[in-house]
Design a protein around this ligand. Structure first.
Ligand code: MN
Length: 243
């Protein structure tokens, strides 16, 4: 039996559920069995997690800044309130079980906000530095456009077996204040926080880039990241089966 990974989903105006197939393909290729959850199941999160061995928070639109105590910046993009509420509750429930959690792009931001951190609502208007990189790339989704430097010997460095990797970048928000329980494990040259980890848990990790696109294009490093996550879900599954 493969480990079952719950993936959160995107919305078009709260009417159409969407998810780039790269997420599910990357999970399948790493040995996991993906299942998708819609918004609106907030009261049944425990039952959802009883079926799962891991949770992947996928990419999407902006997080409502009300969750970190700020008014909406003029450059804030679309928000989907039902998705924010579900994913923040999922983070807390998943972590309380010690179940593996992987956040990608918006998922990276949701993890930080759920645990008490904050975000830059719009990088270009809120980070004032001349060496700021273009984080909203125009290149194809599989193209890497900036590097991230990974903290040596961190969990991420061990999984990808590198301290510096090339990533794609499709975000206009980024982590500002880091949640107290999380540690920064990767940054780009402009100090944008590109990966976070909760070191006390077997696998609670998030990245600002989109490794699912790179993994599906055959990128070895992105595939190691998905393998690391699915292996952790397999480990959780075997422990849960014994208890
Ligand atoms: Mn970036």
């Amino acid at each position: 039996m493969k480990p079952i990974i719950v993936l959160t989903t995107r919305y078009l105006s709260e009417q159409t559920i969407l998810l780039n197939a790269a997420y599910t393909t990357a999970i399948i290729e790493a040995g996991g069995l993906p299942i998708l959850v819609p918004i609106g199941v907030d009261s049944d999160i425990e039952q959802v997690l009883s079926l799962a061995d891991g949770v992947l928070l996928t990419g999407g639109v902006d997080v409502d800044p009300a969750y970190f105590g700020e008014a909406q910046h003029p450059k804030l993009g679309e928000v989907v309130p039902g998705r924010d509420a579900l994913e923040i509750a999922l983070v807390k429930a998943t972590m309380s079980k010690g179940m593996p959690l992987f956040g990608i792009c918006r998922g990276h931001q949701v993890l930080n906000v759920a645990l008490g951190g904050s975000l830059y609502q719009d990088i270009d208007s809120q980070i004032d530095r001349e060496d700021l990189l273009l984080h909203a790339q125009k290149e194809a989704r599989v193209e890497a456009t900036h590097f991230v430097d990974i903290v040596p010997d961190s969990q991420l460095a061990r999984i990808v077996e590198s301290d510096r990797i090339a990533v794609n970048s499709f975000h206009h928000q980024s982590v500002k204040d880091v949640a107290p329980v999380l540690q920064v494990i990767a940054q780009s040259s402009d100090d944008v926080i590109e990966a976070l980890v909760h070191e006390d848990l077997p696998f609670c990790l998030s990245v600002q880039w989109h490794p699912e696109e790179q993994a599906c294009a055959g990128d070895i490093i992105a595939r190691k990241l998905f393998k690391g996550f699915v292996d952790a879900c397999e480990g959780y599954k075997s422990i849960a089966a014994r208890s």
